[in-house]
Design a protein around this ligand. Structure first.
Ligand code: HEC
Ligand code: HEC
Ligand code: HEC
Ligand code: HEC
Length: 431
């Protein structure tokens, strides 16, 4: 189809932007810009990726209309870019500077909206505020159009930083030294050592911290946890929470039936089958019987501090403790309600729902992420988390639960994707 067309132009503007250009008195060479069949959008729809309806060129509705832009307008945008933007954003919008984004090939309306946001203070950044402060709306349109028409950056050629370790894998590794006493997968084979499987991760982390800071007195566990960081404790607890629960493989010599009667008042907090619904209260089902007795004694003699448990344990003699322990030890433990964390690829699929397949947005209001700088994306995600420099409800929600490791892995995932410009063709026969 090549020679029928005067050239390829890569601008894809919303009606909004189009109207701005149409208002001008300068004659505009009308270029009907056609979607190249088989390009980005076709690929997206074949994956069934839902994008907002505004992403497809349409006419006569609120969506995208036939788009026009004059080469002269783009050339004016380039002049402004060369004098006012290039020193930071690089030649043709490919940035070589840390924490300054590539803007080449970015979606035109998104660029224009962000420039306006800097200008009216909705998005705060000193450098950008200074850069746009004295620019007219007209100039913003042109410079956005110019950058949108440029070829996007190539995927980051820097060797990807090694992925930040997956919390589950890290937890498994950190727990390898615990298995000698607590058993493989946290199922104890040693009387006096508790099962760690079936426990809510919040309870396990709290227990580890209590040993570490001496609130729960146990010299051996204190020493064992001395060098374990809080993150590592969280990973370990996650690992145990996701293992298949089973009863401790240890003896439970007490009288279970007598224990059941004596435990009548315990179920209100520990669950009627010993499975607690509250992370602050431990599950007792399947727990090692000897440990349960030790724990009750520890409350009784104030080695462990908890007022409720102290009073309850004070009223129990050793025989009752043994019976109660035998009863709980023989109930079936359950998995706490914890979901396996998503891998980076799985998380990115959620992001792609708005940002387009592999970060190649086909929605003019949503920025492309493919081949964007890692450092810039990390900074942007933290800015949404904080909600002060950048405010966006969708992104605040999407970023709020992300850990530092996830931010870094997702940013590096997108930096490695191939960026595709939204390609439109100039059709000379349309006036
Ligand atoms: C002094 C350096 C500097 C200059 C000059 C500069 N920028 Fe920026 N620009 C930045 C930085 C830093 C950011 C990231 C700020 C942030 O995190 O909000 C940025 C962000 C942007 C963004 C947001 C991109 C995105 O993906 O959200 C756009 C659009 C932009 N600049 C366009 C321009 C244009 C157009 C000019 C010229 C008129 C310009 N900039 C001049 C430093 C600069
Ligand atoms: C040398 C044996 C041993 C090793 C190794 C060991 N523990 Fe323990 N752990 C115990 C004993 C014994 C107790 C019971 C202490 C008490 O009575 O408070 C315990 C208790 C705990 C508890 C409290 C459970 C509850 O239900 O309250 C947690 C959590 C724990 N250990 C985690 C770990 C982790 C994590 C590791 C590896 C980093 C580890 N332990 C290594 C012996 C060990
Ligand atoms: C009012 C709520 C409540 C009631 C009733 C209660 N508990 Fe507890 N129990 C707790 C809480 C909270 C903890 C955790 C305290 C801590 O952090 O040390 C706990 C801890 C325990 C532990 C330590 C478990 C571990 O893994 O370290 C045992 C054993 C225990 N309770 C047994 C009992 C028994 C037996 C009864 C009935 C006689 C009972 N509890 C009744 C709230 C309760
Ligand atoms: C509901 C739609 C939606 C989802 C889902 C979504 N985003 Fe966004 N994202 C947006 C929009 C809209 C913006 C532009 C907001 C603004 O104007 O600041 C944005 C902006 C960004 C930016 C800033 C880009 C730039 O050039 O400044 C990054 C980085 C980003 N998103 C990453 C992600 C990641 C990672 C995920 C998945 C965890 C994600 N997004 C999920 C809609 C979404």
């Amino acid at each position: 189809m090549g020679e029928q067309f005067e050239g390829i132009i890569r601008i894809f503007l919303l009606g909004l932007l189009e109207m701005k250009l149409m208002e001008r008195s300068t004659p505009i060479i009308r270029l009907a810009l056609l979607w190249i069949a088989g390009s980005a959008v076709a690929a997206f729809s074949s994956y069934g990726i839902a994008q907002t309806p505004g992403a497809k060129p349409a006419s006569g509705d609120d969506g995208l209309r036939a788009v026009s832009a004059s080469p002269a307008e783009v050339a004016e945008g380039k002049k402004l870019a060369d004098t006012s933007c290039a020193r930071c954003h690089g030649d043709k919008g490919i940035s070589a500077t840390k924490e300054i984004p590539h803007i080449a090939g970015q979606r035109a309306v998104y660029l224009y909206n962000e420039l306006k946001a800097y200008k009216n203070g909705a998005r705060s950044n000193k450098k950008m505020e200074a850069a746009v402060k004295f620019l007219s709306d007209d100039a913003l349109v042109k410079v956005a159009a110019y950058y949108a028409s440029q070829d996007p950056a190539s995927p980051s050629s820097a060797k990807p930083a090694p992925a930040k370790p997956d919390p589950l894998q890290s937890g498994k590794a950190a727990a390898s030294g615990c298995a000698g006493c607590h058993g493989d997968g946290g199922i104890s084979k040693t009387g006096g050592v508790p099962n760690l499987v079936g426990a809510d991760p919040k309870f396990l982390v709290a227990a580890m911290k209590a040993y570490k800071d001496g609130q729960r007195k146990h010299e051996m566990m204190k020493t064992l946890l001395a060098d374990v960081t809080e993150t590592s404790m969280e990973n370990i607890a996650l690992y145990y929470a996701l293992q298949k629960p089973a009863k401790a493989q240890t003896p439970s010599p007490g009288d279970q039936a007598a224990g059941k009667t004596a435990a009548a008042d315990c179920g209100g907090c520990h669950g009627d089958k010993g499975v607690s619904g509250n992370p602050a209260t431990p599950s007792l089902a399947g727990q090692d019987a000897e440990y349960l007795v030790e724990a009750l004694k520890a409350y009784k003699n104030a080695m462990r501090s908890d007022d409720t448990m102290k009073n309850l344990a004070a009223a129990m003699d050793e025989k009752t403790m043994k019976n109660v322990a035998a009863y709980y030890a023989n109930l079936l433990p359950q998995s706490p309600k914890v979901k396996k964390p998503l891998t980076t690829a799985e998380q990115a699929q959620l992001c792609d729902r708005c940002h387009g397949l592999n970060g190649n947005s086909t929605d003019q209001l949503v920025p492309a992420l493919a081949a964007q700088r890692v450092d810039y994306m990390e900074m942007a995600l933290r800015a949404y988390q904080k909600g002060s420099e950048r405010k966006n409800n969708g992104m605040a929600a999407m970023s709020s639960g992300l850990s530092d490791a996830e931010i870094s892995n997702l940013s590096s995932h997108y930096a490695q994707r191939k960026a595709r410009a939204l390609v439109f063709m100039a059709a000379p026969n349309c006036k």
